[in-house]
Write a protein that binds this ligand. Structure first.
Ligand SMILES: C[S@@+](CC[C@H](N)C(=O)[O-])C[C@H]1O[C@@H](n2cnc3c(N)ncnc32)[C@H](O)[C@@H]1O
Length: 276
């Protein structure tokens, strides 16, 4: 999120009239950094680090989703697809589609006369999505494109609906990605962002922390031989902007009639906004 990211501090310009000996040494521009979980990493390195996570988890991604969420992710995604308002014959884009759960729901809604573009920055995840949709017998009206959410390779005003499920928190420049999703929506089109958010668990919060930081990484080690990626998952959730902050970022990118639904006590939130 841009507000979390440090831009360069700027170089202190020396005044022309100051004698060389009295001039303060020029401050070096500090490199731009961003969050990768709880680490700060150079801005331009985050994509490669995120790619490493998803290359590693791709083969076990669906199993882990079911185990980690006790199957709840299916309900969150079903709710998201219901809120798209898509009709047969319309065109939809799923960004950061991964193994394609949302894309499958979109494809079923728009039917054979509609069209769904399924995109992900990561070839290994996109392959999972393609296999999932082909196995489900969905082929003719779907296309798969490897693409970065920050630079979508599509014409403006093309889609009736854009979805991004559990993808935004991994994107380096979230405002840029939201701006791109706005650009490719038709006027009247809608964006749905399904993402982990700030839970409203009150006294149960320590349990959520215990689950996130102790149980999740162990599950990752047991089921996917990958503890670090699941530690990143827990940390990246904590670094992601809360419900209201994300809503304001959407509004800044031009979205209107923005609102969000807290799901499972805000562990996850679905944000919806329109390009009018
Ligand atoms: C947690 S998975 C979510 C997959 C799927 N949408 C779901 O709901 O199960 C996050 C996905 O975001 C993708 N991703 C990360 N950064 C991205 C970017 N800059 N542009 C597009 N996809 C990205 C990853 O490759 C990964 O497939």
């Amino acid at each position: 999120m841009t507000t979390n990211d440090t831009g360069g501090s700027g170089t202190a310009a020396e005044t022309a009239s100051a004698p060389a000996s009295a001039a303060a040494p020029a401050r070096r521009r500090s490199p731009r950094t961003t969050d990768f979980g709880y680490q700060r990493v150079p801005w331009e390195q985050k994509k490669a680090r995120v790619r490493g996570v998803f290359d590693s988890v791709a083969p076990r991604y669906d199993l882990m989703n079911d185990v980690m969420s006790a199957g709840l992710h299916r309900l969150w995604k079903r709710f998201t697809v219901e809120r798209t308002g898509l009709k047969p014959g319309q065109t939809a884009l799923d960004v950061a589609a991964g193994s394609g759960d949302l894309a499958l729901g979109l494809a079923r809604r728009v039917g054979a006369s509609g069209r769904v573009l399924v995109t992900d920055i990561n070839a290994s995840m996109l392959r999972q999505g393609r296999d999932r949709l082909l196995d489900a017998g969905i082929a003719g009206n779907v296309a798969f494109v490897q693409a970065d959410a920050e630079a979508l390779p599509f014409a403006s005003r093309r889609f009736h609906c854009v979805t991004i499920g559990f993808g935004l928190r991994n994107v380096t420049d979230k405002a840029a990605a939201l701006g791109e999703m706005y650009r490719v929506l038709k006027p009247g089109g809608r964006l749905l962002v399904l993402e982990f958010s700030k839970p409203l668990l009150g006294p149960l919060e320590p349990l959520y922390d215990l689950y996130s930081f102790q149980v999740l990484p162990r599950l990752g080690r047991l089921l996917a031989s990958d503890e670090d990626s699941y530690r990143y998952l827990a940390e990246s959730i904590r670094r992601h902007p809360d419900q209201d902050t994300l809503l304001r970022t959407m509004e800044k990118q031009g979205f209107e009639r923005c609102r969000y639904y807290n799901l499972s006590a805000g562990i996850v939130a679905l944000h919806v906004g329109f390009r009018l």
